[in-house]
Design a protein around this ligand. Structure first.
Ligand code: HEC
Length: 112
């Protein structure tokens, strides 16, 4: 095998390893799918966030009220209000359970 094809094989292997076993990191998922409502800083002070009265994830009291399992469920299945209307869509189609757990860990870091 010449050098060029060795490099080609090596980069193919790297690309496969990177793509196959890992989803996007939580920070990237947050930025792409969540920050429009919850805010890049988790405070929910976006236009959408204010309208929807989203909780401030930097508030330790709010963090304490939220249970990890409930958060994972909210991310995957979505959140409905008391009137049964959808408040947040579920992300089952886009995210795995592992992605959702990573996002919960990511949200926990907003706590001041
Ligand atoms: C369309 C706006 C919107 C988007 C996008 C969105 N959310 Fe939400 N999210 C909400 C609303 C509204 C609630 C319900 C808040 C409430 O009822 O207090 C909520 C609730 C939650 C909850 C349950 C805890 C709580 O505060 O009630 C978690 C966890 C959560 N979102 C995480 C995420 C993650 C992670 C993403 C991205 C994958 C995301 N959200 C994307 C609007 C959104």
């Amino acid at each position: 095998m010449n050098t060029t094809s060795k490099i080609a094989v090596a980069s193919l292997v790297l690309a496969l390893a990177a793509g196959a076993s890992y989803g996007a990191p939580a920070s990237e998922n947050w930025e792409n799918s969540c920050a429009s409502c919850h805010g890049a800083d988790g405070k929910g002070q976006t236009k959408q966030g204010k309208k929807l009265k989203i909780r401030d994830y930097t508030d330790a009291k709010i963090q304490a009220e939220l249970k990890d399992e409930e958060m994972v469920k909210a991310i995957l299945d979505g959140v409905k209000g008391e009137n049964g209307k959808e408040r947040m869509k579920g992300f089952k189609e886009e995210l795995s359970e592992a992605d959702a757990k990573d996002l919960v860990a990511f949200i926990r870091k907003f706590k001041a």
